[in-house]
Design a protein around this ligand. Structure first.
Ligand code: ATP
Ligand code: MG
Length: 566
């Protein structure tokens, strides 16, 4: 018989004491998967009750939002519950949406984002987050691919939606979250004011679809990844506990954009499962000074960024900032270069704990709080995943051998793995090999069970019989003071077939140096710090690197250019 979600909460969220929990304890947590589960009623409403009973400090909000003008919104769990019930009524009454209907939510970091997503959970509507950086064509692709019935956005993006609306036969309702109104659009703020405050959360099965995320599109068209109610709502318990190290008095700020799954980790599920506070700032683009000011002004205890964000932060003079409350820093989304980690630590005294994951899997490996940090390694398998390095025949490889990073899916597919690529069973099947789901990333596991990232399978360079991963060469380059950023790809060569080429952004002090001399110097440097056969035979200095809208380096674009494929 399935255990009740209520028991889940009392056992794993309430009264949570981090010192009592070890990595080994978590799998038992996942064996108790209840038949029905809804994050809103089974977690959020429970915290709301705790707050009412005085069992969670009401001085720490559940959501702490700071706007560009320094204006703030602070909601406790009770207020969040009340407003999200109203939002649920807006979605089902005014928008006419029903359980299982799909909705694209394309909003910046505004408090209404949380009301709408929680409102969707309460009604069983499947929400599809999208980043506000999309163009009209991107929006059209997503509306058509997802068959969304409704799109929710703001006045800035509404015109882009309107420019493609005639081509979207599935779209019935447009809902705008802004001051002011627009023809053809419902007005969320007005409707919310008028909406009823009572709402009964629908019953949702643990394995029913809750959300669909688009991948970043680093290697091709973004894929639609479906996740169930339990996948995030229960699956992120250990992420919050072991990696973010959260308890109800913590305040976590994750820099991600609502359109990416990393936002779901840090700015929704992992945090609220443990009754902690989500801090967020409305900034539309990353601004290093805003980030540094917030970290010193607000009692933020935990901070999650990307390697790129940390790289930009350490370029500032950090001596004038004091991060009084900050105690735990995390990074994910791209490989974290040891160089960046070291510079952050030397300036703040705080380590960076890396996590590795995908839209499909959420957290796969991480350096958990308290674990030894091995610079350049992504940490150990995240519960409940059994992560292995496998070969092309799905055999498990021993430590030290490079292969595909894979997750065991047989005999039981982990409940927190995506349900499939929506509308693409072939692609879903192609992601499996033998007993495993293959991530598409290459790596090595060491004797201690730490995983080391080598590169995306497509980014591996084969030169004179050697397999060379870009990450290691990029790390070596970054250790040189002339290099701010580097991307390493394969390039054609008449003799070797393929050679290593580095695209390098120079730090300001070096831009006027002789490029030929610099090239030699960088090549010598790489030969010294890593196996000499990996050194870049070609070096090109550039002003910027091609990136996805989420900011990841698109090595594929550089590689295609080298090979004359575009
Ligand atoms: P697409 O699948 O559309 O090409 P994407 O793979 O970039 O895009 P995401 O799901 O956002 O989409 O990103 C997951 C990928 O990001 C991983 O497969 C891996 O290549 C990379 N990644 C994430 N975290 C790390 C990390 N800590 N170290 C190395 N790589 C990472
Ligand atoms: Mg991917």
């Amino acid at each position: 018989t399935p255990k009740s979600p209520c028991r889940f909460f009392s056992k794993h969220c309430r009264g949570f004491a981090p010192q009592n929990i070890s990595g080994n304890e978590s799998p038992s947590l996942y064996k108790e998967l209840p038949e029905h589960f809804n994050f809103a009623s089974d977690i959020l409403d429970k915290w709301s009750q705790m707050e009412k009973n005085g069992e969670r400090a009401s001085s720490i909000p559940a959501l702490w939002w700071v706007g560009d003008q320094g204006n703030e919104v602070r909601w406790g769990f009770e207020e969040l519950g009340f407003l999200s019930r109203k939002a649920a009524n807006v979605l089902s009454d005014a928008c006419g949406l029903k359980k299982e209907d799909r909705v694209i939510v394309m909003l910046p970091r505004i408090p209404e984002w949380w009301l709408i997503t929680v409102g969707c959970m309460r009604t069983g509507i499947i929400y599809i987050p999208a980043t506000i950086q999309l163009t009209a064509n991107d929006i059209l692709y997503r509306l058509q691919a997802s068959k969304a019935k409704c799109i929710i956005t703001n006045d800035i993006l509404a015109p882009a939606v309107d420019s493609v609306v005639s081509k979207c036969q599935f779209l019935k309702t447009r809902l705008m979250v802004s001051e002011g109104s627009r023809d053809g659009w419902l007005d969320f703020k007005e409707l919310l004011k008028a909406a009823r405050g009572d709402h009964d959360t629908v019953k949702t099965k643990s394995q029913e679809a809750m959300t669909i995320y688009f991948t970043s599109g680093t290697t091709g068209y973004p894929k639609m990844v479906e996740h169930s109610h339990s996948s995030f709502g229960i699956g992120m318990t250990s992420t919050g506990r072991l990696w973010f190290d959260l308890n109800p008095s913590d305040i976590l700020w994750g820099l991600s954009d609502p359109g990416w799954v990393k936002f779901a980790y840090g700015s929704l599920f992992s945090t609220w499962i443990h009754g902690a506070c989500i801090f967020t700032h409305s900034m539309l683009q990353f601004e290093a000074t805003t980030v540094l000011n917030c970290l010193s002004r607000f009692p933020i205890t935990s901070f999650c960024g990307t390697p790129t964000a940390y790289r930009m932060l350490v370029q500032h003079d950090l001596t004038s900032y004091k991060f009084k409350s900050l105690k735990h820093c995390l990074s994910g989304g791209e490989p974290l270069n040891p160089e960046v980690m070291e510079r952050w630590k030397s300036k703040t005294g705080i380590d960076i704990y890396e996590g590795y994951g995908q839209t499909e899997t959420v957290l796969i490996c991480a350096v958990f709080k308290g674990m030894k940090i091995k610079p350049g390694a992504m940490g150990k398998a995240a519960p409940p995943y059994d992560v292995q390095i496998i070969d092309e025949n799905a055999n498990i490889l021993p430590p030290g051998k490079e292969g595909d990073i894979a997750i065991r899916i047989k005999p039981t597919r982990p409940f927190c793995l995506f349900s499939g690529y929506m509308g693409d069973p072939e692609k879903t099947a192609a992601s499996e090999r033998g007993d495993f789901y293959i991530t598409g990333d290459r790596g090595i596991v060491d004797e201690d069970g730490y995983f080391w990232f080598v590169g995306r399978a497509d980014d591996i360079i084969l030169s004179s019989g050697y397999r060379i991963g870009p990450f290691e060469v990029e790390n070596a380059l970054l250790e040189h003071p002339a290099v701010t950023e580097a991307a390493v790809v394969s390039s054609p060569d008449p003799i070797r077939g393929e050679v290593v080429k580095a695209f390098v952004i120079l730090s300001p002090d070096f831009v006027s140096h002789d490029p030929e001399k610099l090239t030699k110097e960088l090549q010598e440097h790489v030969k010294k710090v890593t196996a000499p056969y990996k050194y870049p035979r070609k070096v090109e200095f550039v002003q910027q690197l091609p990136r996805t809208i989420s900011g990841k380096i698109r090595r594929k674009e550089l590689r295609n250019k080298e090979w004359g494929r575009i």
